[in-house]
Design a protein around this ligand. Structure first.
Ligand code: S3P
Length: 170
């Protein structure tokens, strides 16, 4: 990859809610010394509202519009790792032009096993388990298609960092 390409300068993490994008972003940033960002936090900072609040008061469509607006901020950032909300690559089909997209692939049941009560409460689309599972099933193929690399996110953190660094810099 060319060093001037956004593929080298921006690492975009995608995957279903609760797969560990924000945590992995921070861990990876310790190894490759890129700053780490999070699209949900960017939306919250801009709107001065929590994601949960936006869903409750303005609805999902309004949230998706704010999420799309964040693209304008993302393209100004270099040498960054960006953890995206679980719906980002579903609603923004050109995500692969923004950077190296790494899809964190992990079975639904593993996600549920790792989550605590607060993780569920914070996520409006995870309140009903059956619906969340259905959403996971419909999104899985899209995550794969709109990515440059599929990372096995059931592995331990060291193996995940290793595989990612190998993909990015080998
Ligand atoms: C969403 C995922 C959430 C957040 C919002 C919608 C989704 O982010 O953006 O609740 O549609 O999957 P996380 O993936 O960080 O939970």
């Amino acid at each position: 990859m060319e060093s001037s390409s956004p593929l080298n300068n921006r690492i975009i993490l995608t995957g279903f809610m609760g797969c560990g994008k924000s945590y992995f972003s921070k861990k990876l940033s310790e190894h490759i010394v890129f700053n780490s960002y999070d699209t949900d936090s960017m939306i919250e900072a801009k709107s001065d509202k929590r994601v949960k609040e936006i869903f409750a008061t303005e609805g999902e469509e309004a949230f998706r519009a704010l999420e799309k607006d964040i693209v304008q901020d993302i393209i100004t950032l270099d040498n960054v790792i960006i953890a995206t909300g679980g719906g980002f690559p579903i609603y923004y089909d050109d995500i692969c032009s923004l950077g190296s997209v790494i899809y964190m692939d992990i079975p639904f049941d593993d996600i549920v096993a790792r989550m605590n009560k607060r993780d569920f409460i914070q996520r409006p689309l995870f309140l009903e388990l059956d619906k969340a599972r259905e959403l996971y099933e419909t999104r899985k193929a899209i995550y794969k298609e709109r990515s440059h690399f599929q990372l096995d996110a059931s592995q331990n953190i060291h193996a995940m960092v290793h595989d990612t660094v190998e993909f990015l810099f080998d």
